[in-house]
Design a protein. Structure first.
Length: 419
């Protein structure tokens, strides 16, 4: 009779307990693997924060198909189809129905062209996925949402069956399902990963060491900053600012859609980003969430840079920019106090996730900016790759190949080269 493996040995260790790590652990555990998922809990405060920070520490993400590239929308669609089952089995609801409306000028003269706001591309992607969208002329857009005041000459592309996804709650549901399937959740930070005798050894800051047949590194924006990989990835990491503006409640702006908005006036770019319908935050209050203009102003690469950014609490200048956008958009609506929150986002050069081997026993997975809504499917793909050792999905693996960084790579340097 063979002896049982020690508690510290598992089939799969997942480093990172955010959307991608939680989903990877869930799918692996439900496939019958022995799984440990390792990641710290959310810090209580960011004023004196040290270390990395997770972008999912928030209450609202737009979940829709009006995205580029098409593969992003496909991954999100696959995830969405499993959400009812995940909610039903865990009892954690992380979805609120909303209209998703992408607002953009009819003519982009004087503004850099972007497929993010190309109505034909977005509508074509939705059609490829069989999702109905409405094209709204400026007059139709104004008539559909009379409580909102849009910039003249701006049209809309609307998906009626979209959602606001609560990323904190999504992670809680994925982890609850993973634990129910036998995964062990370790609330600690992984500080080292090494190959030893044909296995992978993962050491944590406080909880000890695990060995695993395979490891998935799912540490999001902090991937390069953790030092857990032998070489850095080509990922662009930024400190983003979320501005929250208090309103009286969910009906402060009746039937308000959630918008990706490109605002242009007389050929001048004024705003590009997201304006979310009222969302309730853990303090019990309701806020309009706005994020956009300052994204590229804060490139981050190291653990120390991320921590320093988080301690700022976000870019204070975004408050007045946000208020200007909302005063134009919501005339007559009483807007309460505004405050900022820090966030981190990362992007890949091809705007697609990385799901690839870092070495013969380590898979790395990075979301490529749209992680929450597509996380369940990205985690399923990462789990399958790690457990079977092969790519078996109908989507070509080449879509998700990791791009490794040359010597001297940094977000700031990459942005400088691009400009």
């Amino acid at each position: 009779m063979t002896s049982s493996p020690p508690r510290t040995h598992v089939d799969l260790a997942v480093i990172g307990a955010g959307p991608l790590g939680a989903a990877t652990a869930r799918h692996a555990a439900e496939a019958g693997a022995r799984v440990v998922v390792i990641g710290p809990d959310e810090p209580a405060d960011f004023a004196d924060h040290e270390g990395v920070w997770a972008g999912h520490y928030d209450q609202g993400r737009l979940c829709h198909v009006l995205e580029v590239p098409l593969v992003t929308s496909l991954l999100a669609t696959r995830s969405t189809r499993r959400f009812d089952d995940l909610i039903g089995r865990t009892g954690i609801n992380f979805l609120t129905p909303t209209h998703s409306v992408t607002v953009m000028p009819e003519a982009a003269s004087g503004v850099a062209a972007s497929t993010w706001f190309d109505a034909d591309v977005l509508a074509g992607n939705a059609a490829d996925l069989g999702v109905a969208v409405d094209r709204l002329t400026p007059d139709e857009l104004a008539a559909a949402y009379p409580q909102l005041s849009f910039e003249p000459g701006h049209l809309g592309l609307r998906q009626r069956d979209a959602f606001i996804l609560n990323p904190r709650a999504l992670v809680a549901a994925e982890l609850r399902a993973a634990v129910a399937a036998g995964a062990e959740l370790v609330r600690d930070e992984a500080v080292a990963r090494e190959l030893v005798d044909g296995q992978v050894r993962v050491r944590t800051a406080r909880s000890g060491t695990w060995t695993a047949d395979k490891v998935v590194v799912a540490t999001g924006c902090a991937t390069n900053a953790t030092g857990l990989l032998d070489r850095p990835l080509q990922t662009l990491t930024f400190g983003a600012t979320v501005t929250l503006v208090e309103v009286s409640g969910p009906d402060a702006v009746p039937d308000m859609p959630t918008m990706m908005m490109l605002k242009v006036r007389d050929g001048d770019y004024l705003f590009g980003g997201i304006v979310m319908a009222p969302v309730q935050y853990p303090d019990g209050r309701w806020y309009l969430k706005v994020s956009g203009n300052s994204l590229l102003a804060n490139p981050l690469d190291t653990r120390e840079e991320i921590a320093a950014w988080v301690r700022t609490g976000g870019r204070a200048e975004d408050v007045e920019e946000t208020m200007a956008v909302l005063r134009d958009l919501l005339p007559g609506v009483e807007l309460g106090p505004a405050r900022t929150r820090p966030c981190t986002v990362c992007a890949t050069p091809h705007d697609r996730p990385y799901i690839d081997w870092a070495d013969e026993r380590t898979v790395v997975v990075v979301e490529g900016e749209r992680g929450a809504m597509a996380a369940d499917e990205i985690g399923r793909l990462a789990s399958g790759l790690a457990l079977t050792g092969a790519w078996t999905d109908t989507l070509p693996a080449e879509n998700f190949r990791a791009l490794w960084a040359p010597e001297g790579w940094s977000t700031a340097a990459a942005i400088g080269r691009a400009s």
